[in-house]
Design a protein around this ligand. Structure first.
Ligand code: NAP
Length: 304
């Protein structure tokens, strides 16, 4: 029986593991992919207190080692179901069933897809969801970025320093990303903004050759590109817990700043819960809060 099973080894989950281990609780972290969550793909972190510059990979690795050195068990298995038996809970993976007193859901989010034909089959053959991971494959080539948030703006800026031409395609006439980044982009001669438009089709033989872009009046154009970077936001990874955990209409866990879910002894930490600011520092903060609440719960239920 674990004291806490933490689902997700991103910044929220690993911070929770550190806090729970420092309280000498028996901790298992389950991770479906690789440790670090989405931050592992960030080239340079500049907004984490006391770290002026650090790569996402180095940050995630330091955090992983810190949790592990404190004695957290970290196992690479996907939690596919959780069950609540009041006095204890179960976490089920394809290989094992684990028992625990508390659960911290720190599953983060995954890339939102455009959901157009051929998108899945062209991943790695022209379609990418990570400019810092795949940008180097497109040196001196033509690429498009789709989206209007900070990720799209930062991806376009990053790519503009590598590739020949960047088309930044957004479905509105203004961006929701930061003004400062947008201004930097406007200075770039090799960035073309295509507003009020959507990518509606992908043309490919063995790899992506061109994209069809349609404006809000229905006018279509074909743009030849070697790569399309999709940066249209993220979707919380909570579907496996929907049966017992209350989610909002967008799929985020209904948990407030105290990280409590609707089930006693189950907490949510990080990008997968309803919140205003989804940043590295708020994910870490959630991890600390969720672990502290779980520790209180465990200590209060010691006689059960
Ligand atoms: P986001 O802010 O949710 O923006 C997603 C963008 O994609 C929006 O412009 C949205 O359009 C567009 N979009 C959504 N679905 C679409 C579809 N099916 N087709 C076309 N366009 C679509 O996502 P994000 O940019 O990934 O950022 C996520 C969070 O991380 C934000 O809070 C952001 O500030 C933060 N972030 C921060 C930094 C940083 O601090 N350096 C860097 C990256 C991200 P609409 O505008 O029309 O909704």
């Amino acid at each position: 029986m674990y004291d806490a099973i933490i689902i997700g080894a991103g910044p929220a989950g690993l911070t929770a593991a550190i806090y729970a281990r420092r309280a000498e609780k028996k901790v298992l972290v389950l991770e479906a992919k690789s440790y670090g969550g989405q931050i592992i793909n960030t080239l340079d972190i500049e907004n984490y207190p006391a770290e002026e510059h650090i790569s996402g990979f180095d940050f995630a690795t330091k955090l992983y080692n810190q949790a592990k050195n404190l004695g957290a068990e970290i196992v690479f298995e996907k939690a596919v179901e959780i069950k609540d038996f009041k006095s204890y809970k179960e976490v089920i993976t394809p290989r094992n069933t684990y028992q625990t007193k508390t659960i911290i859901l720190a599953t983060g989010s995954e890339n939102r897809k455009l959901n157009i034909e051929k998108e899945e089959e062209l991943i790695g053959k022209g379609i990418s969801y990570c400019a810092t991971c795949d940008g180097a494959f497109y040196k001196k080539k033509r690429v498009a970025v789709v989206g209007g948030g900070n990720t799209a703006l930062e991806d376009a800026l990053y790519l503009s320093n590598l590739v020949d031409t960047v088309y930044l395609i957004h479905r509105r006439d203004s961006f929701r990303g930061e003004e400062a980044t947008l201004n930097q982009l406007k200075e770039k001669e090799n960035v073309q903004m295509i507003l009020n438009s959507n990518v509606v089709a992908l043309n490919a033989t063995d790899r992506l050759k061109s994209i069809e872009v349609e404006d809000l009046e229905g006018n279509k154009q074909t743009i030849e590109v070697d790569g399309l970077f999709v940066a249209v936001g993220r979707i919380p990874e909570n579907e496996n817990f929907r049966q017992i955990i209350q989610l909002d209409s967008a799929g985020y866990i209904e948990a407030g700043e105290d990280c409590h879910t609707n089930v006693e002894g189950i907490y949510a930490a990080g990008d997968n819960r309803v919140k205003e600011v989804r940043q590295l520092v708020t994910a870490a903060s959630d991890g600390a809060i969720a672990a502290t609440e779980a520790i209180k719960y465990i200590n209060n239920h010691q006689e059960d």
